[in-house]
Design a protein around this ligand. Structure first.
Ligand code: UTP
Length: 409
């Protein structure tokens, strides 16, 4: 892109300040900046005019029944058999969403490299691989394991896996791909600069995983391997079951296009998105969108009607993902701490939020698909997210949960 074209593009989006240091840059830096301006989608910035964190108006919300523990127990053998058949046939892949910045944990390294061990090293990535190995051993088949990184943590993540010899996983079955980036801005929608010749960007949210997977070429590999189902999960839940045969079997048997592992809410106002129907389609409503009326609504059995929180462990049928590939997911505007240049051109790392990031979320994919099976799991056995260092959803709480489940740390 020429300087003139870049100028015109920035002018259109009110972002001319991006060129303020242009004259101080080397030729290489100039070319890099022009190319970044060319590839950056500045249209996302207009979403901040909507209230931060809120998405567009919701449709009509009604309860969505889940497959509950008692039914799963009754049908466990049959469901497990169905799931294992699919896994053995190579039809199930795993997608680890590890492109996030993990800012709440406060480590500069990728979150999966965090050591949660007590008497010996135990990395988050190591736990996730160990959990997957259990199913590999049970089924006798390697599960293609796709890892989404971002520009911010790709090299470190790949190097870590190499150094650790993939924690014993067959490396032919591990595939890395990068997610795309989005510009980060101040509260007025002016993009921040992280260097004089570089716009500040951050990963575009975990909702971009499928598009990024396809664009990176890893999608082709997945198809060659014969994958038909993808188990998509977050990096930070160290207790989760990956490619859980019973879950896979339950979703296949249900005929649904997707499945979502859910836990019964611990409190009416627990900060977890809950499964519901929105205008008759499956959906996940965020905790801050749940009105008192919805929180207190009861079903026919007198139980809370919106009681199943999604734990970010989904199963998607590949052929259905193909049909929604081009659908635009809503953009979430999230307040975050964004490292940026100050007025003097020096880099600062803010202590408190100073602007917005723009993200698409995987949970919104559920609403794009025609059907979803909410599948209940036992919280104490499958849900130990690590978001913070201490307190709720922390390294501390996850350690206790792991030990309660017999994991030696
Ligand atoms: P979180 O919402 O916890 O975000 O991500 P985060 O970036 O990891 O952490 P904070 O909010 O900065 O503390 C949930 C899951 O989605 C992945 C994360 O890696 C995690 O597995 N994720 C998030 C991505 O893969 N890409 C993103 O752009 C954002």
């Amino acid at each position: 892109m020429t300087y003139t074209d870049a100028y015109k593009k920035l002018e259109r989006y009110g972002q001319l300040h991006v060129l303020q240091y242009y004259d101080q840059l080397t030729d290489v830096q100039k070319t890099a900046l022009l190319s970044q301006i060319e590839t950056t989608d500045f249209s996302v910035l207009s979403s901040r005019e909507k209230e931060a964190g809120k998405r567009e108006e919701r449709g009509v919300i009604t309860p969505m029944p889940a497959m509950e523990l008692c039914e799963i127990e009754k049908r466990r053998k049959e469901l497990q058999r169905t799931g294992l058949e699919a896994i053995k046939a190579g039809k199930v892949g795993a997608v680890l969403l590890a492109g996030g910045m993990g800012t709440r944990l406060g480590s500069d390294a990728p979150k999966g490299m965090y050591d949660i061990g007590i008497t010996k090293p135990m990395y988050i990535f190591e736990r996730l691989i160990a959990n997957t190995m259990e199913v590999v051993e049970m089924s006798g088949a390697w599960i293609p394991f796709f890892i989404m990184t971002s520009d911010k943590n790709h090299e470190a993540t790949v190097k870590f896996f190499e150094e650790k010899d993939y924690f014993g996983y067959e490396k032919e079955y591990i595939f890395f791909f990068r997610q795309e980036m989005a510009p980060a801005s101040d509260y007025n929608g002016k993009v921040y600069m992280e260097e004089k010749g570089k716009i500040s960007t951050s990963p575009n949210g975990n909702g971009g995983w499928f598009v990024s997977m396809e664009r990176s070429g890893v999608g082709r590999k997945m198809r060659e391997l014969g994958v038909e189902w993808l188990n998509v999960f977050a990096v930070d839940n160290v207790l989760q079951r990956i490619a859980d045969p019973c879950f896979v079997g339950a979703v296949i048997a249900s005929g649904c296009a997707s499945g979502s592992k859910v836990v019964r809410k611990a409190a009416r106002d627990e900060k977890v998105g809950v499964m519901c129907l929105e205008d008759g389609r499956p959906s996940i409503i965020e905790y801050y969108e749940l009105t008192d009326e919805l929180m207190d609504a009861k079903d026919a059995k007198g139980e809370p009607a919106y009681n199943f929180g999604a734990i970010l462990n989904y199963l998607f049928r590949l052929k259905d993902l193909d049909t929604i590939m081009d659908n635009k997911l809503p953009l979430h505007v999230v307040e975050k701490k964004i490292p940026c240049l100050d007025a003097q051109g020096s880099l600062i790392k803010p202590e408190s939020p100073n602007g917005y990031k723009y993200e698409q979320l995987v949970l919104d994919m559920i609403h794009e698909l025609d059907s979803c099976l909410p599948y209940e799991v036992v919280r104490e056995k499958e849900f130990a997210p690590i978001k913070n260092k201490t307190g709720i959803d922390s390294v501390e709480s996850a350690r206790i949960l792991l030990q309660n489940n017999g994991v030696v740390l």
